[in-house]
Design a protein around this ligand. Structure first.
Ligand SMILES: *Cc1c(COP(=O)(O)O)cnc(C)c1O
Length: 387
C-alpha cells in the first residue's frame, strides 16, 4: 500500500512559486522601477531583455511580442502568408500552431509525427508537400516545426526541404527555449523562432509574453513594425497592416529577473530527466535523444503501451499524490475547429496514425527545476506501480 500522500511534501506538475521565492526582492524592485518610470509600454526593459534573450540563444536579433501565438502570427504576416497558401505543421502539437495560419486565411496541412521524437515526421512532410503540389490548389509556403516538449525538431532536414521548395521555415520553440541542436541553440535554426513566456514554459513571465528570434536584420525590422500596427519610421506612418503585439514593460522586467537563473534551471531539468530515464527506460517509452539534440525539457512525457495502461498509470500516480497531464488528448485534425480545414486541404487525406495513437498513450510527468531527488523518486515509483 502506498504511503498517504497527504503526509508528504506536495509535488507540482510545474512550480512557479519555488523560483519566485529565490528572486522575489529583485522582482519587487524591478516592478517598482517600472511603476516609478510610468513607461508601461515599450519601456527600456523591453530592449534590455531582447538583447539578453538574443545573447542567450546566440541569435542576432530578438523582438519581444505579446505571446507565443502572436510571435507565430507576426512571423507569418511578415512572409505575407494568407489565402491560397499551405502551411505544413505537425498534427500533434498545441492548438496555437494551427490556429495562426487559419486566422491569416491560409490552410494548415497536418503532418504526422515521428513515433520516437514526437516531432514532425520528415518522410510524411515530403509526402504531403508532393500531394499539395500535385493537386495544385494551394501554394506550399511554410513549414512550422514544433520542438515538442523541448526537444528540437529535425531542423537540418526541415531547412533543407524549405530551401529546395522555396518555403519559409518557422520554429515554434514555445516549449523549448534553451534547447540546442548540433551545438546551436534554438533561435539560430529556421528563418525565425517563436518563443512563449507563458508562466509554465522554460522561461516564463507573470502573464502573457513572447518573442521572435532571427538572424535576418530586415525581418527583425519588419517584426518590430508589425507588432506596432505596421508603423514606419515615425509613429503615425502606417506602412502595412500590423497588430498590437507588444511585450509589456512589466513582463520584460520580470523576465530580466528570471533570465540569470535559466542556465542552471535547464541543467536541473536535464538531471531530473536523466533520473526519470534511469528509473523508467525499458519499462515505458521515455523521451528520445536524437544525436546532436539537447532538449530543454519544457515537459517530460512518457508513452505507455496503450490507453488502458495509461489509465492505470494515471490512477497510480493520483493515488500517490503525483500529478500528471495529457498533452495532447486529441490530434489537431480531429479538433472540431480544424476538421474542415483538414478535409479541404487535400483531395485525398492520408491518415495520421502516429499522432492519433500517441494521443491515447502520452503522459506528462512533473517537470520543473525545483523538484528534488526524493520527489523525482516518488514520481517514478508511482509510474512503475501503475504499469
Ligand atoms: C504555449 C505554446 C504556444 C503558444 O504560446 P502562448 O504564449 O500561450 O501564446 C504555441 N505553440 C506551442 C507548441 C506552445 O506550447
Amino acid at each position: 500500500m502506498a504511503q498517504d500522500p497527504s503526509s508528504l511534501p506536495p509535488i507540482g506538475l510545474f512550480d512557479v512559486k519555488a523560483q519566485q521565492a529565490l528572486i522575489r526582492p529583485e522582482i519587487d524592485r524591478r516592478i517598482a522601477a517600472v511603476l516609478d518610470s510610468g513607461r508601461f509600454v515599450q519601456g527600456p526593459e523591453v530592449e534590455e531583455v531582447e538583447k539578453a534573450l538574443a545573447g542567450l540563444a546566440g541569435a542576432a536579433h530578438c523582438v519581444g511580442v505579446s505571446s507565443g501565438t502572436d510571435a507565430l502570427q507576426i512571423a507569418m504576416m511578415a512572409e505575407g502568408i494568407g489565402r491560397g497558401d499551405a502551411v505544413f505543421l505537425p498534427a500533434f502539437t498545441y492548438t496555437a500552431t494551427a490556429e495562426v495560419p487559419l486566422v491569416l486565411g491560409a490552410t494548415p496541412v497536418f503532418v504526422d509525427v515521428d513515433p520516437d521524437t514526437f516531432n514532425i515526421d520528415i518522410a510524411d512532410l515530403k509526402n504531403r508537400i508532393a500531394l499539395v503540389k500535385a493537386e495544385g490548389k494551394l501554394r506550399p509556403r511554410a513549414v512550422v516545426g514544433v520542438d515538442l516538449f523541448g526537444l528540437p525538431a529535425d531542423w537540418v532536414a526541415i531547412e533543407a526541404i524549405c530551401a529546395e521548395e522555396g518555403m519559409f521555415a518557422l520554429d515554434d520553440a514555445a516549449q523549448a527555449f534553451g534547447g540546442a541542436l548540433n551545438g546551436k541553440r534554438l533561435g539560430n535554426w529556421a528563418g525565425a523562432a517563436a518563443l512563449s513566456f507563458y508562466p509554465t514554459k522554460t522561461l516564463g513571465c507573470y502573464g502573457d509574453g513572447g518573442a521572435l528570434l532571427t538572424n535576418d536584420a530586415e525581418k527583425a525590422e519588419l517584426y518590430r513594425s508589425l507588432r506596432t500596427h505596421g508603423e514606419g519610421k515615425t509613429r503615425y506612418e502606417v506602412m502595412r497592416t500590423g497588430m498590437n503585439g507588444r511585450l509589456d514593460t512589466i513582463q520584460a522586467a520580470i523576465l530580466l529577473c528570471k533570465l540569470p537563473l535559466l542556465e542552471n534551471e535547464l541543467k536541473s531539468r536535464a538531471s531530473i530527466a536523466a533520473a526519470y530515464d534511469a528509473a523508467l527506460a525499458g519499462t515505458v517509452q521515455t523521451p528520445a535523444k536524437p544525436a546532436g539534440a539537447e532538449s530543454a525539457y519544457g515537459l517530460y512525457s512518457i508513452a505507455l503501451a496503450d490507453e488502458a495502461q495509461r489509465t492505470r498509470v494515471q490512477e497510480a500516480c493520483k493515488a500517490r499524490g503525483v500529478p500528471t497531464a495529457v498533452y495532447y488528448p486529441l490530434p489537431l485534425h480531429h479538433q472540431p475547429a480544424y476538421r474542415e480545414a483538414h478535409a479541404s486541404a487535400l483531395g485525398q487525406v492520408p491518415p495520421l496514425p502516429v499522432s492519433e495513437a500517441l494521443c491515447k498513450r502520452i503522459l506528462a510527468l512533473p517537470m520543473h527545476p525545483y523538484l528534488d531527488d526524493a520527489q523525482a523518486a516518488r514520481v517514478t515509483e508511482a509510474v512503475l506501480a501503475g504499469v
